[in-house]
Design a protein around this ligand. Structure first.
Ligand SMILES: Cc1cc2nc3c(=O)[nH]c(=O)nc-3n(C[C@H](O)[C@H](O)[C@H](O)COP(=O)(O)OP(=O)(O)OC[C@H]3O[C@@H](n4cnc5c(N)ncnc54)[C@H](O)[C@@H]3O)c2cc1C
Length: 830
């Protein structure tokens, strides 16, 4: 046992072991891993070992892909065979909608270079005659996918880690963390066996670690308590059963039949694979309960829950339907273990909120598949400062302090149940809603709002007539909501629309150090008092960490507005940077005021007329003219009795204002705007129309075009980068160069579908990039998208192709801002 290390990894499951291995491989030579019991004694020992490459998330697809490649190389390095069987993975589709899902996924797979093939029912039957196919539409097949022995691969990674100098200590439990200001003092307790239980002994030590990574699996809630943070990682029961040998399968294999790929009947909610002549059935059934919401009891070691056969009866019967020979085969074994989940089903990987040098790798539901890639990319993040892929979608701070145990339980159970549902890109999940509502929620609901959830907030996606069923309206193509979004987008282009943007993240920053700090922290010039600027905070790698609209309220006072989905993520980064820089720049106070300010965005050629009738001013006729209220400026105004911080900017790219108002006066302001808007035909507008409109203006969005895998110059935003000043990440941004460039494309796609922003882009037959956003343009009457292509192709007029529904469709790169490129409508005077 060492008393001082550079990095301490807590937890010896697949995840912790891989992280220790990859930290050593990345060059950190002083790494120790502590495990309270035996390696693999957590969820890892009872995993089925499947390695599904299929994943709708770009970041997770990269992580899984790395794992599969990495596991292939482990035996050569360690001499240990992890039992990697590359048998392929066959995802069957019973419906056309499921085939649509696979076709959207296939385009994502192409962007990550994950190979796949299409199979007809006849082709499936030809190769695997035991599978019933007459009710199938087809399948997508991943030839490079398969399964591995989870314990063996973990032991191989442990051996590889030891070979690279990592010290692995078992039977030591981490019981306390204390940050000294420069390193962690970690209290560890020797664990001993007593009466079959694993219990703490009297023996304790304190270890000093510069960095700590927690990979504590089902113990995440205890880890969270020890660290004084919140983590929505709570396990759910997951079972799989193993059958006796199936005589027909045994005969088929004896006659030279190839091993079945891992079979996935998503519409029936299960996977099946061969196991010693029999079958393993793994269902993702309804009503699987969350467990250990407040921690794992001492008595639960490498234990299992009793099998609940009734709960998986439906899936069991459907396996028999799909593989008729399995009907007469008895059950040999069963596993019902805790599988850690998070509300969106993705793990929590990255810096812990509010803490220094504390890294989380928790909440893994596909931890065997994710282990290799997690170790690789987290090690990059820790050692180099950034990973080569954007890890934001996996960042632990995507959940704010509003998150509670009940929320995590409800959402994690839902995430489990949703593993095999149709993953419509316009899906909105129901559990734990409504939770965070702006005051106008009830009014919006009464007006027909169909809500989506962003960072826990209810936000109208679009408005529809009474009785409209959003669930039935979802599709991989143009859903039932599409026409409503078209009408809303047109209202903004031709009349006036009102959008609720209350979820925006807002920070108030002031003090003698504020100006120098922001000048260093962001890459654009700071605005003058009363003006606003769009700007970016960069990572150490020179890529985009956050996009801000900065409003300068006074010489040393700023109001920062950033994306609504990322409040805790933005706040943590900002607060830590301020803390670091106060000694250099002077005192700065910073407050997250997100929930104190509501925001309505009013936009459209008639928006000034609506506001004119509400504004109280000595000279109302001129209050909103270009002279008194120019574009990109901010004014404190009064609308009726509501004090409003109005900002003349519109994310829709039309004449408009953002109306930031005291949250407690929101309903008053809403009612005023609705009645003043009525004579002008004001229409309520949701996030979907707004997302389309901003693409017509080439406005990049954070989380899609803007992220930690591209610099602002790659996002093609040089006008927001002031190269004459020094700022954080500047040199790294310059050193990175332009690897790919952001472009806007108008697309002649299928008549019934628009891209979603995950599709691969082609130049002839060569893949040259990917879409990051997609939708429909009301201004051009066709599909639109934004994405990244090789810089040499990023020229207006260049013809490319977009893969949608397994076909290539024409697309043309446009000038930036194809709609109103001179901003004439935004700047329009009264
Ligand atoms: C039935 C079932 C089937 C599954 N099948 C698959 C599959 O086919 N494919 C797949 O990818 N995934 C599968 N999974 C999920 C997979 O098992 C997990 O995602 C994975 O094992 C998580 O690994 P981990 O390292 O995060 O956690 P764990 O394996 O649980 O490891 C965490 C470790 O941390 C230790 N620890 C906790 N607290 C402390 C502390 N304070 N000090 C020291 N040590 C500590 C624990 O003892 C434990 O060993 C399955 C899960 C179940 C339940």
């Amino acid at each position: 046992m060492k008393s001082h290390v550079k990095a301490l990894v807590v937890g010896g499951g697949a995840i912790g072991t891989s992280i220790a291995y990859h930290l050593a491989r990345a060059g950190w030579d002083d790494v120790m891993l502590l495990e309270r019991d035996e390696l693999t004694s957590g969820s890892t020992w009872h995993a089925a070992g499947l390695l599904p490459l299929f994943n709708m998330s770009y970041a997770t697809t990269h992580i899984h892909k790395y794992s599969v490649e990495f596991y292939k190389s482990l035996e050569a390095e360690t001499g240990l065979n992890a039992g990697f069987s590359i048998v392929g993975n066959l995802r069957m589709a019973q419906t056309d909608a499921r085939m649509d899902e696979y076709m959207l996924y296939a385009s994502t797979a192409e962007t990550a270079e994950v190979p796949y093939e299409w199979m007809t029912p006849a082709q499936i039957k030809d190769r695997w005659p035991l599978v019933r196919t007459e009710d199938l539409k087809g399948a997508i097949y991943h030839p490079t996918d398969g399964y591995i022995n989870p314990a063996d691969v973990t032991m191989a990674m442990a051996k590889g880690a030891r070979q690279r100098g990592v010290l692995i200590e078992r039977k030591w439990q981490v019981d306390g963390y204390e940050w000294t200001g420069s390193d962690w003092r970690v209290t560890v307790t020797k664990m001993v066996e007593r009466g079959g239980n694993l219990v703490p002994s009297e023996e304790q030590q304190v270890i000093t670690a510069e960095h700590v990574v927690t990979a504590t699996g089902n113990h995440a809630q205890r880890t969270a308590r020890l660290l004084g943070i919140k983590m929505p990682a709570i396990p759910v029961e997951h079972q799989f059963i193993v059958t006796e040998p199936d005589p027909e399968l045994v005969a088929y294999r004896q006659n030279g039949g190839a091993e079945h790929p891992v079979l996935r009947d998503a519409d029936a909610k299960w996977y099946v694979r061969e196991e010693r002549g029999g079958w393993i059935l793994g269902p993702y059934e309804r009503n699987a309960p969350a467990r250990f919401a407040y921690g794992v009891p001492d008595s639960f070691r490498a234990d299992l829950f009793p099998l609940d056969l009734e709960r998986i009866e439906e899936e069991y019967m459907s396996m028999i339907h799909r593989i008729p020979s399995s009907e007469t085969v008895g059950l040999k074994d069963d596993f019902n273990g805790p599988i850690c989940y998070t509300p969106d089903g993705n793990p929590l990987i990255g810096p812990a909120p509010g803490l220094r040098n504390m890294w989380l790798a928790e909440g893994f539901s596909f931890g065997i598949t994710a282990a290799g890639g997690t170790g690789h990319y987290l090690a990059q993040l820790m050692v180099e400062g950034e990973a080569e892929i954007d890890m934001a979608s996996l960042d632990p701070k995507r959940y704010g302090s509003w998150m509670t145990t009940d929320y995590a339980v409800a959402k994690n159970e839902e995430a489990y149940e949703h593993v095999y549902i149709l993953h419509h890109p316009d899906e909105e999940r129901e559990a734990a809603r409504p939770l965070r509502t702006s005051p106008a929620y009830d009014r919006q609901k009464a007006a027909g709002a169909q809500f989506g959830q962003v960072n826990g907030w209810e936000r109208p996606n679009y408005y529809a007539p009474e009785g409209f069923d959003d669930h039935a309206a979802r599709s991989f193509r143009r859903g039932g909501w599409w026409q409503h979004a078209v009408d809303e987008a047109k209202a903004i282009r031709e009349g006036v629309g009102l959008i609720d943007a209350t979820a925006f993240t807002k920070h108030l920053l002031k003090g003698p150090g504020a100006t120098a700090f922001l000048d260093w922290f962001t890459c654009n010039k700071l605005p003058k008092i009363g003006r606003i600027n769009l700007t970016y905070a960069l990572t150490t790698a020179g890529t985009t960490r956050t996009e801000y609209t900065i409003v300068r309220l006074a010489e040393d006072e700023y109001y920062l507005v950033s994306a609504g989905a990322w409040t805790a993520y933005d706040s943590d980064f900002l607060m830590k940077a301020i803390e670091d820089k106060i000694p250099d720049f002077g005192w700065i106070s910073c407050h997250d005021v997100t929930t104190q300010w509501g925001v309505f965005a009013i936009a459209g050629p008639k928006s000034r007329d609506v506001l004119n009738s509400l504004i109280r001013d000595a000279d109302p006729a001129t209050a909103l003219t270009n002279k008194r209220f120019p574009w990109l400026s901010c004014r404190e105004i009064e609308l009726g009795m509501c004090p409003v911080r109005a900002i003349r900017v519109a994310y829709t790219g039309e004449l408009g204002w953002e109306l930031h108002h005291p949250i407690e006066m929101q309903n008053y302001l809403w009612d005023q705007l609705i009645s003043a808007g009525e004579p002008h035909g004001l229409k309520l507008v949701g996030a979907r129309a707004q997302n389309w409109l901003r693409q017509e203006k080439s406005y990049r969005a954070f989380g899609t075009e803007l992220g930690r895998d591209a610099t602002p110059l790659e996002a093609d935003l040089p006008r927001f980068v002031d190269l004459s000043k020094d700022f954080h990440g500047k040199q790294a941004m310059a050193d990175t160069g332009i690897r790919a460039k952001c472009v806007t494309l108008l697309i002649d796609g299928p008549a019934d579908a628009d891209p979603w922003g995950r599709e691969a882009l082609y130049d002839g037959d060569t893949k040259v990039g990917r879409l990051t956003s997609g939708g429909y343009s009301v201004a051009f009457g066709k599909s639109i998208g934004m994405g990244y292509v090789s810089p040499d192709l990023a020229t207006p007029g260049k013809k490319l192709k977009v893969r949608m529904f397994d076909q290539l469709w024409d697309a043309t790169i446009t000038e930036d801002s194809p709609y109103d490129p001179t901003n004439a409508t935004i700047r329009k005077d009264a």
